[in-house]
Design a protein around this ligand. Structure first.
Ligand SMILES: O=C(O)CCC(=O)C(=O)O
Ligand SMILES: [Fe+2]
Length: 318
C-alpha cells in the first residue's frame, strides 16, 4: 500500500480528536465583525485543534460569505491539525503542472498541501521580503482557489502587514454607466510565474506589462473569466481584477481596454475598500479569494517571517 498523503493522514487521525474533552462546544465561539473596517470578522474562543460541530462549521461558512475574511486568534497547530481544520471548508487546491502557481514543485508539478510563505532561504522563500501588489491567488488558472488560510508562525518586528480589499464594495461603488459597461466583459489574467520565468536573467525580472496589446506575444495559457464575478453563496457581484499583472479584455480595443483597466485599478485602491491586518503570532486569517484581493507590505530582509498557507479548490468563476 502506498503511504497516505498529508491530508489523508490528517483525516485518518481525526477520530481521536472526537473524545469528549476534544470536542468544542459551539457556545464557546463568538464571531465579531470588525467595526469601521471594509471587511472582516474576528473569531474568538475557537481552538482549531478540536473537533467542531456541524453547527459551528456552517456558521463559519456563512460568516465567511458575509465578512469575506475570518481572523482566528491564538491558534497552535501542527500541519496535520491545520489541514484537518481547513478541509472542513473544501478540498485542497491542486492546479495542473501546466499552470504554475506559488510553490509549484519541479518534481510533482503542484504545490505542497501546506505552503510555507517565508523569507528564509530555501525554506519557502517564494515571495521574499518585498511588497506584494494587490492580487487574487491563482486567478490565471482555469479554476482558481475559492479561499485560503494563512497561519502566522514567526513575525518580523517591522512591516509585513497583509491588507485585504473588499471587491464587492469596490464594484458597488462604481457609477451605473461603468457597471453597465463592464458587466459582461471577460478578462484574461496572464500567469505571472510564466512571465517571471521568461524574464529571468534579464533586467525586467519583476516588471510585467499592465495590459497586453494584441501585437504583443502571449506568455503561457490564457483563461478568460468574467471581469465582474458573482459570489456563489451570496450572489453579490465583485470586481475580479488584480492591480498589477498583465491582463487583457477579450474582444476589446487595445487602447480603450488598457484605459478602462487602469481606471478600475485606481478605483480598487481607494482606502475605503480595505482592511490592513497587523499580524500576531498564532493568527489564522481565512479569506474568500473570489471577492477579495490581498497585498503585503515589505519588511526587513534580516527579520524572519514565516506563515503557512493552505489553499482550497474553487469552481470556474461565473
Ligand atoms: O505574505 C503575505 O502576507 C501574503 C502572501 C500571499 O500573497 C499569499 O500567501 O497568497
Ligand atoms: Fe497571495
Amino acid at each position: 500500500m502506498t503511504s497516505l498523503t498529508q491530508l489523508s493522514q490528517a483525516i485518518h487521525d481525526a477520530p481521536r480528536w472526537h473524545q469528549t474533552d476534544h470536542f468544542q462546544n459551539p457556545a464557546d465561539i463568538q464571531i465579531i465583525p470588525l467595526a469601521h473596517e471594509a471587511l472582516g470578522a474576528v473569531v474568538i474562543g475557537l481552538d482549531a485543534r478540536k473537533a467542531q460541530s456541524g453547527e459551528t462549521i456552517f456558521r463559519l461558512k456563512q460568516a465567511l460569505a458575509e465578512h469575506l475574511i475570518l481572523i482566528f486568534k491564538q491558534q497552535s497547530l501542527d500541519d496535520l491539525q491545520y489541514l484537518a481544520f481547513s478541509s472542513y471548508f473544501g478540498s485542497i487546491f491542486k492546479p495542473s503542472a501546466d499552470n504554475p502557481v506559488l510553490a509549484t514543485q519541479s518534481d510533482t508539478g503542484t504545490p505542497p498541501d501546506v505552503v510555507p510563505v517565508s523569507n528564509a532561504v530555501g525554506q519557502g522563500d517564494y515571495t521574499g521580503h518585498g511588497e506584494l501588489f494587490p492580487h487574487a491567488d491563482h486567478q490565471w488558472t482555469p479554476t482558481p482557489s475559492f479561499g485560503s488560510l494563512l497561519y502566522a508562525i514567526e513575525l518580523p518586528q517591522d512591516g509585513g502587514q497583509t491588507t485585504w480589499f473588499n471587491t464587492i464594495k469596490a464594484y458597488a461603488a462604481l457609477d451605473a454607466h461603468t457597471k453597465q459597461q463592464i458587466d459582461h466583459l471577460q478578462l484574461i489574467t496572464y500567469n505571472p510565474f510564466v512571465r517571471a520565468k521568461s524574464n529571468k536573467g534579464t533586467e525586467n525580472y519583476v516588471n510585467s506589462p499592465l495590459y497586453r496589446f494584441k501585437d504583443q506575444p502571449i506568455l503561457g495559457h490564457a483563461y478568460p473569466h468574467p471581469l465582474v464575478r458573482t459570489h456563489p453563496a451570496s450572489g453579490r457581484k465583485a470586481l475580479w481584477l488584480n492591480t498589477r499583472s498583465e491582463v487583457e479584455l477579450v474582444n476589446y480595443d487595445d487602447q480603450a481596454g488598457s484605459e478602462l483597466i487602469a481606471q478600475l485599478r485606481a478605483h480598487i485602491l481607494k482606502p475605503e475598500f480595505r482592511y490592513e491586518h497587523q499580524w500576531e503570532q498564532g493568527d489564522i486569517v481565512f479569506w474568500d479569494n473570489q471577492v477579495t484581493l490581498h497585498s503585503r507590505r515589505p519588511f526587513p530582509a534580516e527579520q524572519r517571517r514565516l506563515l503557512k498557507r493552505i489553499s482550497l479548490a474553487g469552481g470556474r468563476p461565473f
